[in-house]
Design a binder for this molecule. Structure first.
Ligand code: ZN
Length: 160
């Protein structure tokens, strides 16, 4: 008899994106992304952070004031696209915990990703998110809200 409590593909890929988000040094927002092809092969992952060579200890993580993170940080979705190393992303899906902003929407569209699977849409009323949805709709990118069966997946490193 096979196990019945195995996780679905959606839970697996969303789990990978959430696990990637745990790498983020951002004290306020941790977002991960996972790009998957139509054979359920992971093409790339990413999380929000500064570009290569831009130190997490030197660049600002502040959200308000003179020197904020916003001009410097690369979002999870864009990092996942750029981390793919030139792979053909056309026809792929991207799993991301938070609905993509308009800048990431542009990169998603241009890279040929055809579906976004997300959990949270907490910035739905922001201008950026409204613009994002307008872009994605015009480009025909499918947006699907994932409602996971389980709300927690535990990872046990104690294999023995
Ligand atoms: Zn973004």
């Amino acid at each position: 008899m096979k196990r019945n409590d195995y996780i679905s593909w959606d839970e697996y890929f969303m789990g990978v994106s959430i696990l990637a988000s745990k790498r983020s040094k951002d004290p306020n927002t941790q977002v991960g992304a996972c790009i998957v092809d139509d054979h359920n092969i992971i093409l790339s992952t990413g999380y929000n952070g500064f570009p290569l060579g831009c130190s997490d200890d030197e660049f600002p993580w502040e959200r308000i004031g003179e020197d904020t993170k916003y001009p410097y940080v690369v979002h999870a979705e864009l990092n996942a696209i750029l981390n793919s190393g030139g792979k053909d992303l056309r026809g792929s899906k991207i799993y991301v915990s938070l609905f993509p902003c308009n800048e990431c929407a542009k990169a998603i569209i241009q890279s040929g990703i055809r579906e976004i699977i997300y959990i949270s849409d907490k910035h739905a009323n922001d201008r950026g998110t409204i613009a994002s949805k307008r872009l994605l709709k015009a480009a025909g990118v499918k947006c699907t809200r994932l409602e996971p069966k389980s709300h927690k997946i535990e990872l046990d490193f104690d294999i023995e």
